[in-house]
Design a protein around this ligand. Structure first.
Ligand code: NAD
Length: 501
């Protein structure tokens, strides 16, 4: 059995004696590796390593830090195919999609290559007589990232790319379900010239997460995963005095206005709802056609498009999407389809019980379309995270704005229309953090930032871009005066707070 070790300076010496977790190949349904579940003692060692190297790294000038990022970028590009295959074999997404997962993380590394530019502080000359004020952003020390299974390359890079470029050391606790690529990233980062101990990977589950949240020497924690755990991580981390950002689940709506180009919408929806087997926090699992006529026309076009989807193993170059991540997850998604049916949803296309010929043990689910879903249904309120598209019919534009605005999640939303006024109105009024206008998966580019609202994110700072830089640094502001030594030193106003009055 392949063993996936922790990646900590000095080596973890994984013997397989402690608790372990099995890593599946979702396409074959076989266990392909095991990963150790670490504990507080292992974390202590990683933190001690990080403390040794972080001060010198922070003191390394930003241009030199950026050079490590440049070399890391080259190494990822050189190893893209191998990493995408590894990622796909543990996650189940198809290889081109796995490349996208790596590429979107790499784009944050590209942004981090510009760290000397973005770290420049503010300066005011002459804020008072002979007084200048300047501010600088300093690293926090040691940061930690706890990441979900669904983007095992992109999300770690969102976090450590920004944290490390800003001068922090970083400890990554990836998902135990697909942990190999995060380790590979850390190996390549070392090869790129980073000091040993700057980026380490500790595997584990709740026990390790709790150890991270309670560790006195970890200054900040970035979390991405499901909402209940995000909320828990946020509360526990903040109670321990840390800076915490915790991104949670999603239920993104795609609004289809009567004037939308329905062929384009169907094409976009097929990818956004079923790509990566629906296991994306920016998937579009709910479509909201406005008006009965739009709903009927859309449904008519969606059905054949869904039947035309090809489900395959993750290395099938023709497949649109692959299996879901684990057998438990498949069972959960199928249960949600049962629930939707019991609640009165119409199962128009049923993906339950899907079996791929030659790969009968794989964790496949056929694409599923459910119509006449209403807001009172549990299957609408909760995240399903599988290849399931629900249709919620809205009578007018007002209702279409209200649905995503009132949902407990507020990650992303999209509107499809040719009407610029409606789109502008929608973008300005909807109570959701990321909006696409005729763009189905509006994940912002690396020099903007990523973050949802409501139960999709706890904390107030987004991932990557200048927001990410803010999260991983603290501001120091210096007010300076350089007297020339000719004054007598007396100042009768010294007891009154200085003002600009
Ligand atoms: P998850 O919440 O099960 O796991 C996320 C992380 O938390 C993992 O590292 C896991 O080991 C750890 N964890 C699991 N149980 C824990 C517990 N009881 N206590 C403490 N830590 C625990 O999420 P997942 O299934 O890996 O990922 C899918 C979820 O992530 C979906 O809800 C999806 O919407 C969400 N997601 C959100 C975003 C976003 O940016 N908003 C991005 C990607 C995924």
């Amino acid at each position: 059995m392949r063993q996936i070790d922790h990646f900590i300076a000095g080596g973890a010496g994984f013997s397989g004696a402690g608790r372990t977790h099995k890593v599946w190949n979702p396409s074959t349904g076989e266990v392909q590796a095991e990963v150790p579940l670490g504990d507080a003692a292992l974390l202590d060692r990683a933190v001690a390593n990080a403390m040794k190297v972080q001060p010198e790294w922070a003191a390394t000038n930003p241009q030199r830090r950026a050079r490590v990022m440049f070399r890391f970028k080259e190494l990822i590009e050189a190893n893209m195919q191998e990493m995408a295959e590894l990622l796909a074999s543990e996650h189940g997404k198809v290889i081109d999609d796995a490349k996208g997962d790596i590429q979107r993380g790499l784009e944050v590394i590209e942004y981090a290559c510009g760290i000397p530019q973005v770290l420049k502080g503010e300066y005011t000359q002459g804020a008072g007589p002979g007084i200048d004020v300047y501010s600088m952003r300093q690293p926090l020390g040691i940061g930690a990232g706890i990441t979900p299974f669904n983007f095992p390359a992109m999300i770690p890079m969102w976090m450590f790319g920004m944290a490390i470029a800003a001068g922090n050391a970083f400890i990554l606790k990836p998902s135990e379900r697909d942990p190999s690529v995060p380790v590979r990233l850390a190996e390549l980062f070392l090869e790129a010239g980073a000091p040993e101990g700057l980026l380490q990977v500790v595997h584990g589950d709740k026990e390790m997460v709790d150890a991270i949240l309670d560790h006195a020497d970890i200054a900040a924690v970035s979390f991405v995963g499901s909402s209940d755990i995000a909320h828990y991580v946020y509360k526990r981390g903040v109670a321990a005095g840390k800076r915490v950002q915790a991104m949670g689940g999603a239920k993104n709506h795609g609004i289809v206005m009567p004037d939308a180009d329905l062929d384009q919408v169907v094409n976009d929806l097929a990818g956004a709802a079923f790509g990566s087997a629906g296991e994306r926090c920016m998937a579009l699992p709910v479509v909201v056609p406005v008006g009965e006529d739009t709903a009927n026309r859309l449904r008519e076009k969606l059905i054949p498009a869904i039947h035309a989807l090809r489900i395959g193993v993750s290395n099938d170059p023709e497949a649109h999407y692959g299996p879901v991540v684990t057998p438990e997850h498949r069972a959960r998604v199928e249960q949600w389809i049962d629930t939707a049916e019991n609640e009165g949803g119409e199962i128009v296309v049923d993906g339950r019980g899907f079996s791929l010929q030659g790969h009968e043990k794989g964790f496949f689910i056929g694409p599923t379309l459910i119509d006449h879903v209403t807001t009172g249904m549990e299957s609408y309120k909760e995240e399903i995270f599988g290849p399931v598209l629900q249709i919620v019919r809205a009578k007018d534009f007002e209702e279409a704005v209200r649905l995503p605005s009132e949902h407990q999640y507020g990650n992303g939303v999209a509107i499809f229309t040719r009407n610029g006024h409606a789109a502008r109105e929608f973008a300005s009024r909807v109570n959701v953090g990321m909006v696409g206008i005729n763009v189905p998966i509006p994940v912002p580019v690396a020099y903007h930032s990523f973050g949802g609202w409501k139960r999709s994110a706890f904390g107030d700072t987004n991932q990557y871009g200048t927001e990410g830089l803010k999260f991983w640094t603290k501001v120091k502001t210096v007010t300076q005066r350089w007297p020339d030594g000719t004054a007598d030193g007396s100042n009768e106003n010294a007891f009154i707070i200085p003002t600009m009055g």
